[in-house]
Design a protein around this ligand. Structure first.
Ligand SMILES: [Ca+2]
Ligand SMILES: [Ca+2]
Ligand SMILES: [Ca+2]
Length: 163
């Protein structure tokens, strides 16, 4: 079905009637051929302390759709950032905001690259990298171990340590 509408993949209900048979239905998906480009806008840097970032990211379409478009979201590293499963760009709009949840773990893991992706079946996908900075305090200290008398041989040690 080639129309001029930017309407995304559509579920077409095909119903067959035949004398003496109960109506049978089948659903198939027809991909739209009026394509639009999908983009993700999101902060380039976040920190683990940010936690819940309400509506701080956005999916954007190059042209407004003629009907509501469901965009599927995915976080490639769900240990760093969580995104909702879907967001809907309503007809006539070119963007829809969504929230980010930055996870705060206790691991000293430095800055991690978290990639989030958005896709509309038949339209391809978009991806966006978010650098998630660690918030674990890194304590530097000089430790001097005391001899504990075990064989009298425990060496005194100086060192750098992270905790
Ligand atoms: Ca943390
Ligand atoms: Ca961490
Ligand atoms: Ca982390």
């Amino acid at each position: 079905m080639d129309d001029t509408l930017v309407d995304g993949p559509q579920a077409i209900r095909v119903t067959a009637f035949a004398l003496g048979y109960v109506p049978a239905g089948a659903t198939m998906e027809i991909d739209d051929n009026e394509t639009a480009t999908l983009l993700i806008e999101a902060p380039a840097f976040v920190t683990e302390s940010d936690g819940w970032l309400p509506l701080r990211a956005k999916v954007r379409l190059s042209v407004p759709p003629d009907r509501d478009i469901t965009v599927y979201l995915r976080s490639e590293d769900a240990t760093e950032v969580i995104v909702p499963a879907t967001v809907v760009i309503t007809a006539g709009q070119t963007s829809a905001p969504f929230s980010l949840q930055v996870l705060d773990e206790r691991e000293v893991d430095g800055t991690q690259e978290a990639v989030i992706s958005a896709s509309v079946p038949g339209w391809g996908a978009a991806a966006r990298r978010i650098d998630v900075e660690d918030n674990e305090p890194v304590k530097l200290f000089i430790g001097v171990e005391e001899e504990n008398g075990l064989n009298g041989k425990s060496p005194k040690r100086k060192g750098w340590s992270r905790s």
